[in-house]
Write a protein that binds this ligand. Structure first.
Ligand SMILES: [Fe+2]
Length: 428
C-alpha cells in the first residue's frame, strides 16, 4: 500500500474518486439554477495503470452523470457519455497534473505537451459538453484534483511508460543523458521569450530564481520526463538547488571544465548529490556553443585538474525543446559559440533532499495552489526538514518521504537490472 500525505492521492485511486464525487455533489447542489436541469455525462478510461493500483487488466476508469437533478459517480466507463477521454494512464496523469484550465490557452497547451511527451494518440477525446456551466464545473474539478494528484510513485513502471528506462541506465553508465523534444517547439519559444523578458539589464549573462518569473517556468521545472530522471538519480524529495538562465552570445566558452560539487570532499560518494537539466531553447549544434560533457567522468569521483578532460569531452547536439541531464559529479564545460545570436538556456539544478540549496526557497501559497504537488515537493514542502514546529518533528512527512525513497530505490534497482515493460514507450 502506497501512502500519500493527507489530502493527496494517486490518479484514479479510490481516494481520488471519492474526492471527485464530493466535489461534484457540492458543485451540482450549489449550481442547480445555473445548470438549468440539463443532463450531462463524462467518462474516462486509461490503460497501463501502475500494477499497485490493482485495476483489472491495469485499466482504470470512472464516469459521472448528472441527469438534471441528481448525480452519479461510478467506476464504470460509458462510451455513450457526452464527453469521453481514453488513452494511457501515464499520459492522462501528466494531463491531470496540469492545473489552471480556465486560463486562456491552457487546455490547448496541455494537449500539445502531453502529445509531445507521449505521442499524439496517447489521449483521445470524443464529444464535448455543450453547456457552459457544466464545462466550467468540469474544469474546476480538474484543477481541484490536479493540485492534489501525486506522481506515479512506481519509478520502474513510470519510466517504462515514459520511454525512459534506457535513459536511466545510460545515466548510470555515462553520467548523463539527453531527452530529445521533451517539450514542444512552441513551449520552448514561450520559455525563451519569458527568459529574455525576465533578464535584468545588469544580469544579462545569468540570472537565478527563475521559478518566480512566470507560469512558463513553473511548468518547465515540473516537466514529468525530466522529473523521472531526477527521481532516479537523486531520489524523491529532491529540491531545487537553483533554477537559472544563461544568455550566451558569440565567443569562446566562459565556463571551463568543472563539476557541480562545490565543497564536496574527494572522493565523491558513489551516489549522486546533485543533477542539472539544461534546456535547449534553440537547436544545439557545435557552432551554437553547446555544453560539453566527459562521458564516464563521474567514475573519477573528483573534479578535473586544470587542463584535464578537454580531450574526452563531447558536444551535446540536440534539437530545440530537448534537455540534457547530467549528475554525479560528471565533468562539463561551456562550448565556444561561433554563430551569431544568443544561446538562451534554463538550468534546472536539483539537490538530493538532504542537502542545502543556493536559492532560498520562497514558498508562495498561490503558486502551490496553481500547480500539482510536484512543485511543493521540490520546494521542500513534503519532507521534515525546516518543518520543526512547537509540536515537535513532522513525523508524518518523515514517514512519507522514507517510504517513497525506499520504493523509488527498489524500483531503480529493478530498472538497472534491466526491468522494462513489453509495451515500453519508444522515444525517438
Ligand atoms: Fe556546471
Amino acid at each position: 500500500m502506497i501512502v500519500t500525505l493527507p489530502d493527496r492521492f494517486e490518479f484514479l485511486s479510490d481516494a481520488w474518486l471519492d474526492e471527485a464525487r464530493k466535489f461534484l455533489e457540492r458543485e451540482c447542489n450549489s449550481n442547480q439554477e445555473r445548470l438549468g436541469g440539463r443532463a450531462f455525462s463524462v467518462s474516462e478510461r486509461f490503460t497501463d495503470a501502475p500494477p499497485h493500483l490493482k485495476f483489472e487488466g491495469d485499466i482504470g476508469s470512472w464516469g459521472m452523470r448528472y441527469d438534471g437533478k441528481s448525480l452519479t459517480v461510478t467506476r464504470e466507463f460509458n462510451p455513450s457519455s457526452d464527453l469521453t477521454v481514453e488513452g494511457e494512464y501515464q499520459a492522462a496523469l501528466a494531463g491531470a497534473q496540469f492545473v489552471g484550465l480556465l486560463a486562456p490557452g491552457v487546455i490547448d497547451a496541455m494537449r500539445r505537451e502531453v502529445a509531445t511527451m507521449f505521442g499524439k494518440d496517447a489521449l483521445r477525446v470524443k464529444g464535448a459538453l455543450k453547456d457552459r456551466a457544466a464545462n466550467l464545473m468540469l474544469a474546476l474539478l480538474h484543477d481541484h484534483l490536479g493540485r492534489r494528484t501525486v506522481e506515479n510513485p512506481d519509478l520502474a513502471h513510470r519510466a517504462a511508460r515514459q520511454g525512459l528506462a534506457g535513459k536511466i541506465r545510460e545515466i548510470e553508465e555515462k553520467g548523463y543523458t539527453v531527452i530529445e523534444r521533451a517539450i514542444s517547439p512552441e513551449f520552448a519559444d514561450e520559455v525563451r521569450r519569458a527568459t529574455l523578458r525576465a533578464l535584468l539589464p545588469h544580469q544579462t549573462f545569468s540570472m537565478n530564481w527563475m521559478l518566480y518569473h512566470g507560469r512558463e517556468f513553473e511548468q518547465l521545472i515540473q516537466n514529468p520526463l525530466l522529473m523521472t530522471l531526477i527521481d532516479a538519480s537523486l531520489g524523491r524529495g529532491a529540491v531545487i538547488a537553483s533554477f537559472s538562465c544563461i544568455k550566451k552570445g558569440p565567443g569562446p566558452g566562459v565556463i571551463p571544465m568543472h563539476t557541480d560539487y562545490a565543497h564536496v570532499p574527494e572522493p565523491y560518494p558513489e551516489f549522486s548529490l546533485t543533477g542539472v537539466g539544461v534546456w535547449a531553447l534553440e537547436d544545439w549544434r557545435i557552432e551554437s556553443g553547446p555544453t560539453y560533457l566527459v562521458p564516464g567522468s563521474h567514475r573519477m569521483r573528483r573534479p578535473p585538474r586544470p587542463g584535464e578532460g578537454n580531450d574526452g569531452a563531447v558536444p551535446i547536439e540536440m534539437p530545440k525543446g530537448s534537455v540534457v541531464y547530467f549528475t554525479q559529479g560528471v565533468w562539463h564545460r561551456q562550448g565556444d559559440r561561433t554563430e551569431p545570436g544568443d544561446r538562451v538556456t534554463l538550468h534546472a539544478h536539483f539537490n538530493r533532499g538532504i542537502l542545502r540549496s543556493l536559492e532560498p526557497k520562497k514558498t508562495d501559497v498561490q503558486m502551490l495552489h496553481r500547480n500539482s504537488p510536484r512543485l511543493g515537493e521540490m520546494l521542500g514542502e513534503d519532507d521534515w526538514f525546516d518543518n520543526m514546529s512547537a509540536a515537535g518533528r513532522d513525523h508524518v512527512r518523515f514517514a512519507y518521504m522514507q517510504q517513497l525513497l525506499a520504493y523509488t530505490e527498489k524500483q531503480k534497482r529493478a530498472i538497472l537490472a534491466g526491468a522494462g515493460a513489453p509495451n515500453e514507450l519508444r522515444r525517438p
